[in-house]
Design a protein around this ligand. Structure first.
Ligand code: NAD
Ligand code: MG
Length: 406
């Protein structure tokens, strides 16, 4: 069952054990916060991180995990030492991430950043687990493969991303065939009102100052370019099987309305809440029932005004680019995602200007078209080959674009 109807009744899958892929990040620690508030209701099987061994060991002890893994082998010793005497098994390497995903837990949080999360997330889907998916890059990198894997194994996919979680909730108000479109809101990021000249000179610090959400660095930069909304359009296309013409974006600077579904009769059903990821995570954790959520309650009278505007296509070319990517299909989304990961890392590393990010992604896509490298990845191996090829093409294009943009 892929992105289920909420009217079906089940015991909450999270009661059958939890694994957190990307436990030390912003989504991971918000999930840990909810688990701790469950006061022993949840059993945690496995937790993973990249190389942050000390925080991983600390949270593994706090939630009583059985297995903790870092993907970076150089961090293994530190993890092992930090877990000594706890009875928690320590492991490292990409194989250990796979093992974490394969261990018996009926609910898996996919919260690794980037396409590196694809293999472990697919491993959890293959064994039929319920996967709460935050890691949008893996859906963009291999969305068709992701959804097919879930359908074949009978796995349930629950959307964590706030807009997709909102659409998921709004979809329970009617039949899928009566949906005319889904609307994702975008905060507009820190540069919503900036001129293009100011955006060209934007620093990493300025781009990392998100007006409403506190998130990891990659998604925060993606929110500043609106690439995040582009990735989310592709994510929604796969999660809800909606064609691009049935997907819209509206800028909503207050981030109170997270997503909407318009039905054929003209009704628009929205999900609202204060901007706190613990609300959509709690929804996925308890689904199909509800638990108490810790987020501040919404006080609309206090907020007073909610505003909406069209995204500016000139200052934010990412949305038009992503529509082209969805239309092209095949490997285009995989290339788009990989090039964006390279460009964001280069911007954070101060090797590329802010407006160079979209330029690198566009140039990489053009180069892939010229190379005729757009066949759809059918297997995980195919997807990872395309991902690597796109990364090396983007790296090659970087110096010239960085020089032009400066
Ligand atoms: P983050 O940077 O705070 O955390 C990322 C996690 O992934 C960490 O646990 C890190 O150790 C792990 N990780 C990173 N690189 C890895 C590697 N090479 N190997 C193994 N593990 C690795 O990121 P985040 O903000 O929590 O976002 C996680 C995912 O959720 C992203 O795909 C993001 O787009 C999505 N998401 C986040 C938010 C949010 O509010 N933070 C909202 C919606 C969607
Ligand atoms: Mg989002």
């Amino acid at each position: 069952m892929v992105v289920p109807s909420q009217t079906q009744q089940h015991a909450a899958p999270a009661d059958g054990g939890i694994t957190l892929l990307g436990a030390t990040g912003s989504i991971g620690t918000s999930t840990v916060d909810l688990i701790k508030r469950g006061n022993g209701r949840y059993r945690v099987e496995a937790v993973t991180a990249y190389r942050n061994a000390a925080p991983l060991a600390k949270l593994a002890r706090e939630v009583g995990a059985r297995f903790a893994a870092v993907s970076d082998p150089a961090s293994y010793r530190e993890l092992k030492d930090a877990l000594s005497g706890s009875g928690i098994e320590a492991a490292s390497g990409e194989g250990a991430l796979l093992e974490a995903a394969q261990r018996p837990a009926s609910w898996v949080m996919g919260a690794i950043t980037g396409s590196i999360g694809l293999a472990p997330t697919l491993a959890a889907l293959k064994r039929g687990a319920t996967v709460a998916i935050a890691n949008k890059e893996c859906l963009v990198c291999a969305g068709a493969l992701f959804m097919r894997t879930a359908a074949e194994s009978g796995a349930t996919v629950l959307p964590v991303d706030s807009e997709h979680n909102a659409v998921f909730q709004a979809l329970s108000a009617g039949r899928r065939e009566d949906v005319s479109r889904a609307i994702l809101t975008a905060s507009g990021g820190p540069f919503r009102t900036w001129t293009i000249e100011a955006m060209r000179a934007a620093t990493v610090e300025q781009a990392l100052k998100h007006p409403n959400w506190s998130m990891g660095p990659k998604i925060t930069i993606d929110s500043a370019t609106l690439m995040n909304k582009g990735l989310e359009l592709i994510e929604a296309h796969h999660l809800f099987a909606l064609e691009p013409e049935r997907l819209d974006v509206v800028v909503h600077p207050q981030s109170i309305v997270h997503g909407m579904v318009e039905y054929r009769d003209g009704s628009v059903v929205a999900q609202l809440g204060t901007p706190d990821m613990r609300t959509p995570i709690a929804h996925c954790l308890a689904w199909p029932v509800r638990i108490d959520g810790p987020a501040a309650r919404l006080d609309l009278a206090k907020i007073g005004t909610l505003t909406f505007e069209q995204p500016d296509p000139v200052r934010f070319p990412s949305l038009a680019l992503v529509r082209r990517v969805i239309e092209t299909g095949g490997a285009a989304p995989t290339i788009f995602n990989a090039a964006n990961e390279v460009a964001v890392a280069a911007f954070i590393g101060r090797r590329l200007g802010f407006t160079g990010i979209v330029a690198v992604v566009e140039a990489t896509l053009d180069a892939a078209v010229r190379r005729n490298a757009l066949g759809e990845p059918k297997t995980i191996e195919d997807a990872l080959v395309v991902d690597q090829l796109a990364r090396s093409m983007a790296q090659d294009l970087l110096p010239e674009i960085a020089a032009k943009a400066s």
